[in-house]
Design a protein around this ligand. Structure first.
Ligand code: CP
Ligand code: NVA
Length: 308
């Protein structure tokens, strides 16, 4: 069964097929009102459960709209309103949901909730973000980079700030799509060794550079994310901000990158914290294309999961 749990768990050929299909589906419906159906209706008669144990704007709306454009139906469920949030096991929840729906997307905290859901589900499960990874975001980001600049293979991506869940999926993608990644941030917030190792094993050059300006030199793509993720305690906020301030993406830092470098952020952003408004709203920023491409990339992910 085709679960979409992580980028490194999906083959490079399948990932490429998903990105190509996302681009085709995007261009096929260019200029149409968002509520009109696609010409193909591969999800006709299919029901998709979208489960959220954390807040979401992009993931929630893009999955919901994407399913409908492809002719399917959705139900959006809040984890805390389900028995899942009141002691029913994940395994039992997965077995029950599999009797009602054709596909499950879940955003949760602990990665084991996702993996157990997939283990016991009879229908495909998609990772809509965990504390550890966010693969759907990075599929949209690869689509976005290639739409603007062509193949990402061999390019230099610089991740600034916290080596968090989004950074982890970028590392997975580095190995699978063949680009290099430099992490620049404080040592306390380095990405997991396991993920760095996986990317290196796949042949990517992964560099850790504490000096942000040096890290960004020659970058094709500079990426930032929030300094405090949903799974981080609010009490750590001040300490994290103090550590991360030297890694803010601003015009001075972007000047070290290649002149045609792009800037990405998965959003939601905290303006003037991890990135300035001048960069977010400037000519190198593709943040709203990334947000749009969540829709197209996830539609292709869902088709891959269901083989339709
Ligand atoms: N980027 C992203 O996943 O956004 P949401 O938290 O709004 O879904
Ligand atoms: N790193 C962020 C990403 C939000 C889409 C978080 O986990 O809160």
């Amino acid at each position: 069964m085709n679960h979409f749990l992580d980028i490194h768990k999906t083959s490079p050929d399948d990932l490429r097929q998903i990105i190509d299909q996302a681009a085709q589906m995007k261009s096929a419906r260019a200029g149409r009102p968002k509520g009109t159906p696609d010409d193909d209706q591969p999800l006709a008669g299919r029901m998709v459960a979208l489960i959220f144990e954390k807040p979401s704007t992009r993931t929630r709306v893009s999955f919901d709209v994407g399913v409908r454009q492809m002719g399917g139906e959705t139900m959006v469920l809040s984890g805390k309103d389900m028995q899942l949030g009141h002691g029913e096991t994940i395994a039992d929840t997965a077995r029950v949901l599999s009797r009602y729906v054709d596909l499950i997307m879940i955003r949760t905290f602990d990665e084991t909730v996702l993996t157990e859901m997939a283990e016991y589900s009879d229908v495909p499960v998609i990772n809509g973000l965990t504390d550890r990874t966010h693969p759907c975001q990075i599929m949209a980001d690869i689509q976005t980079y290639e739409e603007h600049r062509g193949p990402i293979k061999g390019k230099k991506v610089v991740w600034t700030g916290d080596g968090n869940n989004v950074c982890a999926s970028f590392l997975h993608a580095a190995g699978q799509f063949g680009f290099d990644l430099t992490f620049t941030g404080p040592s306390q917030l380095d990405p997991e060794e396991e993920f760095i190792g996986l990317a290196r094993q796949a042949g990517s050059t992964i560099t850790i550079e504490r000096d942000a300006a040096k890290a960004v030199a020659g970058a094709d793509l500079v990426v930032a994310d929030t300094w405090v993720s949903m799974h981080d305690s609010q009490s750590s906020k001040e300490r994290r901000h103090n550590m991360l301030r030297p890694y803010q993406v601003n015009d001075a830092l972007m000047a070290h990158a290649k002149p045609d470098a792009l800037f990405m952020h998965c959003l939601p952003a905290h303006r003037e914290e991890e990135v300035t408004s001048a960069v977010m709203d400037g000519p190198q920023s593709v943040i709203f294309d990334e947000a749009e491409n969540r829709l197209h990339a996830q539609k292709a992910v869902m088709r891959w999961c269901l083989d339709v």
